[in-house]
Every structure is written in structure tokens, then in C-alpha cells.
Write a protein that binds this ligand. Structure first.
Ligand code: CP
Ligand code: NVA
Length: 301
């Protein structure tokens, strides 16, 4: 049996595939808006393993499978044997003999890698501590809808060098844009990624410097899932790393603002910015649905 195609990071697609997936997502969005059926995965089943909470990822994958004519099963460690210590490899072997594609949201990135290694069907990374590639598909689609290709643009990441920031580094490499990253010392993105992609990254501890000239400003929570006990120390470390109106003024006049959500207004972003005219966070959230339909179609069909 040939090994299945997985989507564990953005690098699992070639730049050309990534661009065509985004065009397809835009087409599928139009089909849905015109109430045109698009049952491309009839009777196919997606297994969704969630070891962390989710609103957008769960709902978008579940609705995507319904629109595609298939079905999605929600699996949580609370009520599966995974939560009682059944090995990841065994769970992957068993699930992949029954379902057509598996999405997993978990902690350590090597868990999705192990899962993929032992799966007979495609595995999708629905977020790990290291990457959140599905969110990047939606972010890219949203930017393209508003402004066209990202090639040659400048994107600014403000705040924690977390899973989202790491996936933005992959996106910059794949789509050929510049990435300014402003993080407090000690909260930088993955060191290997920084080194590999240093030619297109400007890393600084000064949010103002990073924001200058940006076409898009992106941020995320200061404490990610699994870092709840660090919330207080992180609030102190990230003081000054808030995306507010003054920071947005340093960017291009027509710059946009994105946030993968959930957001904490008054911490990493002000209400004025996230609820203001430059923010496209609701389109960004909706596009999870369309971009993941295109991804499921690519991997499963
Ligand atoms: N942005 C995102 O992945 O949201 P959820 O945690 O709600 O899935
Ligand atoms: N960085 C956040 C993203 C949530 C969608 C987290 O990992 O919790």
C-alpha cells in the first residue's frame, strides 16, 4: 500500500499546491454561498481527536464533512482509550482502518508525527505546541481575498513566538513574503526555524520597529493552551506587546489585522483594533471552513 499524504505542517504542500488549494477554497466558498451542493467526499469519514479545547477547528471540520457529504466523529481523551494510556501508534493503526482521514489536536508535535507514521490514511495537524497549519490556510485565504497574493508583502507578528508564529515562518518561506517578528526575550519562535529562514525574517524586541511598513499585523494570546499556569508571568513579560491603534498607525495605511482567536481584548489586542475597520478576524475564522474543505478534498480524493 502506498503511504498516505499527511498535512502536519505547511511544508507538506508545495508552494504551487498551496496556492491552488487557496484558489479552490475560494471556489468552494462561492459554491456554498450560491447554495450549490458539493458532496465531494460522500460517505467518507473524518475522525477528529481533540486533546485540547476547540471551537473553530471542531466546528469547521465537522461542518466541512457534512457539506462534503461525509461525516465527522469527535473523539476526546476523556472518553476514548487514548485518555487511558492506549499507545498513540495503536490508536492510529485502529482508527485508520475505519475512517478515511484523521485530524488530531494535541500537545507535543511528535505525537502527530507518530500518529501519521502508523496511520493508513491522511493525518491532519489540527494544532500542536509547535504548529497550527490549518489556521494558516485560512489566514492566507483571507489575505488573498482582501489584497491578493502575499508574495513580496511584509507581515508582522507581534507577541509570543508560539505555534502560530512558527507556522507563519513556514508560510513566509512557502509564499515568499517578509516576516517581522517582535517578541520579548525568551519568547522567540523555534530556533531551528529561525535559523533556516533567517533570510526572510527580521526578529526584534521592539514592536514599533516590527510594525513599520507592515501590510498585515498578526498576534495571538500570550498564554497558549497548556501554559495556563504561566499566564501571570507572561502578562508581565508581554507588557508593551499589545496591538493597539498607535501600533497599527506605524503599518501601511491599508494594513489589515488578523488573530486566530480566541482573543483577549485588553491584553494582546485592544477592542478598538480587533473590532475596528482594519480587522478581518471574522472572515479569517469563517475561512477555516472553506480552506479545510479544500484540504480534505486534496488529501482524501
Ligand atoms: N483558531 C482556532 O484554532 O480556534 P479553536 O481553538 O477554537 O479551534
Ligand atoms: N496559540 C494558541 C492558538 C489557539 C488557536 C494556542 O495554542 O492555544
Amino acid at each position: 500500500m502506498s503511504s498516505p499524504r499527511h498535512f502536519l505542517t505547511l511544508l507538506d504542500l508545495s508552494p504551487a499546491e498551496l496556492r491552488s488549494l487557496i484558489s479552490r477554497a475560494i471556489e468552494l466558498k462561492a459554491l456554498q454561498q450560491q447554495h450549490q451542493p458539493h458532496e465531494l467526499l460522500k460517505n467518507r469519514v473524518l475522525g477528529m481527536v481533540f486533546e485540547k479545547s476547540s471551537t473553530r477547528t471542531r466546528v469547521s471540520f465537522e461542518v466541512a464533512m457534512t457539506h462534503l457529504g461525509g461525516h465527522a466523529i469527535f473523539l476526546s481523551p476523556r472518553d476514548t482509550q487514548l485518555g487511558r494510556g492506549e499507545p498513540v501508534a495503536d490508536s492510529a493503526r485502529v482508527l485508520s482502518r475505519m475512517v478515511d482521514v484523521i485530524m488530531i489536536r494535541t500537545f507535543a508535535h511528535d505525537i502527530v508525527e507518530t500518529f501519521a507514521q502508523h496511520s493508513q490514511v491522511p493525518v491532519i495537524n489540527g494544532l500542536t505546541d509547535l504548529h497550527h497549519p490549518c489556521q494558516l490556510l485560512a489566514d492566507i485565504q483571507t489575505y488573498v481575498e482582501q489584497r491578493g497574493d502575499l508574495r513580496g508583502r511584509t507581515v508582522t507578528w507581534i507577541g509570543d513566538g508560539n505555534n502560530m508564529c512558527n507556522s507563519y515562518i513556514h508560510a513566509a518561506a512557502q509564499l515568499d513574503f517578509r516576516l517581522h517578528i517582535a517578541c520579548p526575550t525568551g519568547y522567540e519562535p523555534d530556533a531551528t526555524l529561525l535559523r533556516q529562514h533567517q533570510d526572510r525574517i527580521t526578529l526584534t524586541t521592539d514592536p514599533n520597529e516590527a510594525a513599520r511598513g507592515a501590510d498585515l499585523i498578526v498576534t495571538d494570546v500570550w498564554a497558549s493552551m497548556g501554559q495556563e499556569e504561566q499566564a501571570h508571568s507572561r502578562q508581565q513579560a508581554f507588557t508593551g506587546f499589545q496591538v493597539n491603534a498607535a501600533l497599527m498607525k506605524l503599518a501601511q495605511r491599508d494594513a489589515l489585522f488578523m488573530h486566530c482567536l480566541p482573543a483577549h481584548r485588553g491584553e494582546e489586542v485592544t477592542a478598538e483594533v480587533i473590532d475596528g475597520p482594519q480587522s478581518i478576524v471574522w472572515d479569517e475564522a469563517e475561512n477555516r471552513l472553506h480552506a479545510q474543505k479544500a484540504l480534505l478534498e486534496l488529501l482524501v480524493r
